[in-house]
Design a protein around this ligand. Structure first.
Ligand code: 6PG
Length: 247
């Protein structure tokens, strides 16, 4: 169950779907299977951005909504924009509108990244405490991943979560959560590699022709790309639509 950082992973698993709708429906079925396979308390780390929104919506309608073990699943975020939870750029707001306010999700199972009444650094520290309290230890054990499923996206520059090229957060091997201030973007809070790598399975969702070149590089393990440096203790699967998938 372990992959050495920087080691060339085996050929990545890529599953391609005809279009974004088929991608959302295919991944919804896959996610249902993954959480059912846990057969009990399960932690899912959510991706922000625009690509996963349709997936979140598909989880709230039949056939998935009636078969999904909502009481067992706890929801976390891989990153957040440092804005209010009702701000249009909020990843919490996106997931709440698409999924959490629609499906029968116990409120106590929802663990958003705090963004109010705290400094960026204090908010990151507060979320690290949320993760450690849920995990029950201060040190990550490779044999007991923090997350069962981690959903991640891929930016055109190769970023994932809010781990951007050139960011000092890329080298952080201690903290689980950090505040980052990407040039030209609002400040953000992101999980670091140690936390993201503590996953039974990482699933990347990638859609659209503008992602084709960067997806090909990520699948080839280009170390320039932060997304290509995610090496979970478990597995990785890439889900893409035909427009993004390498021909
Ligand atoms: C965010 C995400 C980020 C996202 C990529 C891809 O908060 O924006 O976590 O990593 O996944 O930027 O975004 P799109 O899906 O919108 O292309």
């Amino acid at each position: 169950m372990s992959a050495v950082r920087g080691a060339k992973p085996t050929a990545p698993r890529l599953r391609t779907f005809e279009n974004p709708e088929a991608l959302a429906r295919g991944v919804a079925q896959w996610l249902l299977g993954a959480v059912q396979a846990r057969g009990g308390t399960c932690a899912v780390c959510l991706s922000g951005g625009s690509t996963p929104r349709r997936l979140y919506e598909v989880l709230t309608v039949p056939p998935v909504v009636t078969r999904f073990p909502w009481d067992d699943v706890h929801w976390f975020w891989g990153d957040e924009r440092f804005v209010a939870p009702d701000h249009p750029d909020s990843n919490f707001r996106m997931v709440d509108e698409a999924l959490l306010s629609v499906a029968p999700v116990p409120r106590e199972n929802i663990h958003p990244i705090p963004t109010e009444d705290l400094s960026l650094a204090d908010a990151a520290a507060a979320y690290e405490k949320v993760l450690k309290d849920f995990y029950g230890e201060d040190r990550l054990d490779p044999e007991r991943p923090l997350f069962d499923v981690t959903l991640l996206g891929l930016g055109e520059d190769g970023h994932t979560a809010s781990l951007f090229p050139g960011s000092p957060a890329l080298a952080d091997t201690e903290r689980w959560v950090r505040g980052v201030e990407p040039p030209g973007l609002e400040p953000r809070i992101t999980l670091t590699y140690p936390a993201l790598d503590s996953s039974r399975i990482v699933a990347f969702l990638v859609a659209g022709a503008r992602k084709r070149e960067v997806l090909a590089r990520a699948l080839a393990g280009d170390p320039e790309l932060p997304a290509a440096r995610v090496h979970p203790v478990g597995d990785i699967v890439w889900f893409a639509d035909r427009a993004a998938a390498p021909s």
